[in-house]
Design a protein around this ligand. Structure first.
Ligand SMILES: [Zn+2]
Ligand SMILES: [Zn+2]
Ligand SMILES: [Zn+2]
Length: 506
């Protein structure tokens, strides 16, 4: 696999000009994307410095003075001595002096795990206990009552991969958008890998990018699923410094009945933690593999030059093929899609990438789940949606909620994607759609938050009001009632907004 795609002087110039044009039309976000492409295709310091300088100007227009300063610095370090830039630099310093940057708006100041925490798994609350039954398989219950709005887990995936269409918008390593203030991979055959920081660039290179950089552009013609598999193989091999025997030994110690609850992740050693999480993922339930999957695993092991080099024997090749097949089956049943709000104006979701999670994979589905799940950067957060009694099971929604989609369609979709027949409350009692729900509160003021008008602190206030309303009225009105479901829908949008306020001109 050798790439025919290269960095190119002409293309870099083309995107630079495109960005200038978009800027005059006030399409700032599109202009930054064009500049990110220009950076990725640039072949010289002078091209890099021009693109950084242009990006600095756009950030200035958007009143993002810190980002502007950073780009000015990069433009300079690549040789730009334009006196015009000095003017922007002074202006930034003055603006930043007068600007009151609101640290409270940072999502991690808002989303805090509910104590006490699990001692071995410090990313979940201690009340979450693992159970097993014939009907549910492995599942999670709470051993104490939970209140609306409690954050009970914040989990980072072991493996993640950004989608193809966010490659100029998000860090390839950590998936953060960083206001699209990204740095390009400098390698000749790499034109769409960007990072939010030098640190991510180095980590990404070490963990997987050194294996994929020279042929990634060609691989990008594959589907998202194949790309994720490729990332999983490289990241796994890197945990063992490319030593297949070591990987084999670790996995041979893994038993199917193990889960993340069998391991102690309180130790801060990143690599040791990753190996334990790999074991817990390897023990997850998996779907069946098709002939096509087998052919893909064979092809990958036999044609990829890195893997050919790492596999010293036929036995090692066979082991790796089986490992890939098993991970495909695991992905099939357990992967989660990362979402974010695409923009404040459209209120549509944007798919950012795919992730594989040890803890999340133990949560069952309900079409009327009692947890919200959403993402901050690359971490999935689980928040209590309505009061949950001690001893009750926790559910997330894999696919559509009952308020938005008819039962027949929901069940067909779940069966197709996850091969199970849903027996949640909403399915058994056939809850009505949102529009047909019974109204119980004549004083209820219905206003779906129009997020474009909100500040983060407005959003938090409304969200807190919603939580209180749900908490006090859940037992007064028979569930599902219109008011509570309406506020749940509103809260979900607000949580997304607080978690990941879309980057837009302010
Ligand atoms: Zn990053
Ligand atoms: Zn690269
Ligand atoms: Zn259901």
């Amino acid at each position: 696999m050798q790439s025919k795609i290269f960095k190119s002087y002409e293309k870099s110039i083309h995107f630079l000009n495109e960005a200038k044009e978009l800027k005059t039309q006030l399409k700032h976000m599109d202009a930054i994307i064009a500049l990110n492409k220009s950076l990725c295709y640039s072949v010289s310091d002078s091209q890099l410095s021009m693109a950084f300088a242009e990006r600095a100007k756009i950030f200035y227009d958007l009143k993002k003075y810190k980002e502007c300063q950073e780009n000015l610095k990069w433009a300079k370090s690549h040789g730009n001595n334009n006196t015009e830039l000095a003017h922007f630099e002074t202006a930034c310093i003055n603006q930043l002096k007068s600007l009151d940057i609101n640290e409270n708006d940072k999502p991690w100041n808002f989303f805090k795990l509910s104590p006490p925490l699990n001692k071995k798994l410090p990313f979940i609350s201690d009340c979450l206990k693992l159970h097993e039954s014939f009907k549910y398989g492995r599942y999670i219950k709470t051993n104490r009552p939970l209140h609306t709005g409690e954050v009970i887990a914040i989990e980072e995936p072991l493996f993640k991969m950004p989608n193809k269409d966010v490659r100029y918008k998000r860090c390839s390593n950590c998936l953060k958008s960083n206001q699209m203030n990204l740095l390009p991979c400098s390698q000749q055959k790499c034109v769409s890998t960007m990072y939010c920081s030098i640190e991510c660039m180095q980590l990404g290179w070490k963990r997987y990018h050194k294996y994929e950089c020279s042929f990634l552009e060609e691989s990008l013609e594959n589907n998202e699923y194949d790309l994720m598999i490729q990332r999983i193989i490289f990241e796994t091999l890197d945990m063992f410094d490319g030593n297949i025997e070591k990987l084999k030994t670790l996995l041979s110690e893994t038993k199917d009945n193990q889960s993340i609850y069998d391991f102690d992740l309180s130790n801060k050693n990143d690599i040791e933690n990753k190996k334990l999480r790999l074991k817990s993922i390897y023990a997850l339930k998996r779907g069946k593999c098709s002939e096509e999957d087998k052919a893909m695993a064979d092809w990958f092991v036999e044609s990829d030059s890195t893997l050919k080099h790492l596999c010293k024997t036929k036995a090692q090749q066979d082991f790796l093929k089986n490992f890939i097949l098993r991970m495909m089956g695991i992905m099939d049943r357990n992967s989660y899609i990362f979402y974010s709000l695409a923009s404040v104006f459209s209120e549509k979701d944007e798919e950012i990438g795919t992730g594989l999670f040890s803890f999340a994979s133990l949560l069952n589905h309900s079409c009327s789940p009692n947890l919200y799940r959403f993402f901050v950067d690359n971490k999935q957060i689980y928040v209590v949606k309505k009061p949950i009694e001690a001893g009750q099971q926790l559910f997330v929604g894999y696919l559509s909620n009952f308020t938005l989609c008819e039962r027949e369609k929901r069940q067909a979709d779940l069966f197709q994607d996850f091969s199970f027949h849903c027996t949640c409350d909403a399915c058994v009692q056939n809850f009505p759609l949102m529009k047909d729900l019974k109204r119980c509160d004549e004083n209820f003021k219905e206003e779906l938050p129009t997020l474009s008008r909100y500040s983060i602190s407005d959003a938090k206030k409304i969200y807190e009001y919603n939580c209180k309303y749900i908490e006090t009225n859940i037992n007064k009105f028979p569930f599902p009632c219109y008011e509570i479901c309406f506020l749940m829908q509103s809260s979900f949008r607000l949580l997304h907004f607080i978690a990941n306020k879309p980057f837009l001109p302010e």
